[in-house]
Design a protein around this ligand. Structure first.
Ligand code: GAP
Length: 456
């Protein structure tokens, strides 16, 4: 039976680099402040998670439509949303070692108390003698706010333009166009996947907190008087189901409700779903009831009416919004942490990523038993050509078959197909299952159907 070992984050980080999942970016130039690139397998993994999310929340939902807005948007939008004035994090520097911290994080780490937003209290607490976790010093600067907005400029536009700090903005600003062009009826949602940028004070924990990341967000518009709590609970369950579908165990998920006192004035409720990463629980999904704040603000700042006429209730109103959101990079990290196992076998050890098939970067690996036997290689290439019409496949003729199995286990490939001398006579191949490591003989003519069934 597979036994799950504690896996420290640094082990996951070096594994991801070694196996072509995720690399430090611009590494030949010395890297760039905890930024990462997705390698060939990482890009597949990320795309698979995206496709699953889109299928679950757009394709299979008659009440949700998708859109794809730009990263650069009219800056008035960020004024209306409050991001220009208030999208800040609190920073503090240790004067001795010059290390910079996010003040609320370092205070929480040192005292256990959540003082987010209380700058003066954090300054006093730190300056009362708290020790820097890096150097042990106790000389701190004052806690100051720093904007998380990335600023740039655009030809033909006066003033600054910003890289969007969340995908939600474009959904609200295009809400009217969607309503006018799509005949959507409340309750309905608009979904979007895309990059978001935040100038985080400290990027850390690998791809958990980065400055350029991807979000998958939905704005779900409801009647102001709707009985929203059952809907809210349903969204929570849907988020949990999605995490489980990419491999998370239910017992590694928990919910954190934001205390009423910390909620924005317009929000009725906010609950995060957290995952138990190797460094502890961290936010994976967010779900917020945002009232009519966003549409009202955008109506005010744009001068356009964003009312909705409800033909069923025969009344006009500004819809309220439930906002389920998730970070794609955090889902990728969840899938890797949940899937990573080190197993002792009779003939040694193996690392295996037990990805659900839909998430696995490569679905089928195709091997000729020997690379110096042209008849095997030709047959294997023919089978690769036919299977790769349907599935993401990899052709591998390097090293002995045992080593090739281990390589595929490490990237989570559910099935390996080996073409041997028998194949030339009986038109059958050996299929090896990643999880059970059992092998069976299948006729080439039945291979596609067999794999389609198994990979469902
Ligand atoms: N529109 C609402 C919104 O943006 P958020 O909680 O700030 O809410 C949504 O972000 C999700 O985006 C989070 O639940 C998290 O998964 C992800 N996220 C936020 N900041 C991130 C960062 N710096 N790096 C990676 N993912 C991040």
């Amino acid at each position: 039976m597979a036994e799950k070992k504690e896996t420290a984050m640094d082990k996951i980080v070096s594994f991801c680099k070694r196996r072509g999942l995720i690399f430090p970016t611009s590494e030949i130039y010395g890297g760039l402040a905890n930024s990462y690139s997705y390698g060939p397998y990482g890009a597949e993994l990320k795309n698979n998670i995206k496709k699953l999310w889109w299928k679950k929340f757009v394709q299979k939902r008659p009440d949700i439509v998708g859109m794809d807005g730009p990263i650069l948007l009219n800056s008035k939008l960020w004024e209306a949303s409050g991001h220009l004035a208030g999208f800040n994090d609190a920073l503090v520097d240790c004067k001795k070692c010059k290390k910079r911290f996010r003040a609320d994080h370092v205070v929480k780490e040192l005292t256990g108390e959540d003082m987010e937003g209380e700058l003066e209290k954090m300054t006093k607490t730190l300056q009362a003698g708290l020790k820097c976790p890096e150097c042990g010093g106790s000389d701190w600067t004052e806690v100051k706010n720093m904007s998380q907005m990335f600023k740039t400029e655009m030809n033909g536009v006066d003033g600054a333009v910003y890289l969007r700090p969340e995908t939600a903005g474009a959904i609200f600003s295009d809400y009217k166009n969607v309503v006018d062009s799509m005949r959507v009826k409340v309750p309905f949602g608009i979904a979007q996947i895309g990059k978001a940028f935040r100038n985080e004070i400290v990027a850390r924990n690998f791809i958990f907190r980065i400055r350029e990341f991807e979000q998958m967000e939905i704005e779900y518009f409801i009647e102001p008087d709707a009985d929203w709590e059952p809907l809210f609970d349903k969204w929570l369950d849907e988020q949990e189901d999605f995490a489980i579908s990419i491999g998370a165990k239910k017992e590694d998920l928990r919910r954190y409700e934001h205390p009423k006192a910390k909620l924005s004035h317009y929000s009725k409720k906010t609950i995060d779903t957290e995952y138990n990463f190797p460094f502890g629980f961290g936010e994976l999904f967010g779900l917020a009831h945002r009232g009519d704040f966003d549409l009202t603000q955008h109506a005010k700042f744009s001068g356009q009416s964003l009312d909705y006429f409800d033909p069923v209730a025969n009344k006009r109103y500004v819809p309220h919004v439930l906002e389920p959101t998730v970070g794609l990079d955090r889902l990728v990290l969840t899938a890797i942490c949940a899937g990573y196992f080190e197993e002792k076998l009779e003939d040694g050890e193996r690392v295996v990523l037990r990805f659900p098939s839909a998430v696995a970067p490569i679905k089928v690996a195709v091997f000729p038993l020997m690379k110096n036997k042209p008849e095997l290689v030709i047959k294997a290439k023919e089978i690769f050509g036919s299977l790769s019409e349907e599935f993401m496949c990899e052709f591998d003729d390097n090293g002995n078959v045992g080593k090739r199995y281990r390589r595929q286990d490490e990237i989570g490939t559910p099935y390996c197909v080996t073409i041997d001398f028998e194949t030339l006579n009986d038109q059958a191949v050996t299929i090896r299952d990643r999880d059970t490591m059992t092998q069976e003989r299948i006729k080439v003519a039945e291979l596609k159907n067999y794999l389609t069934e198994k990979l469902k």
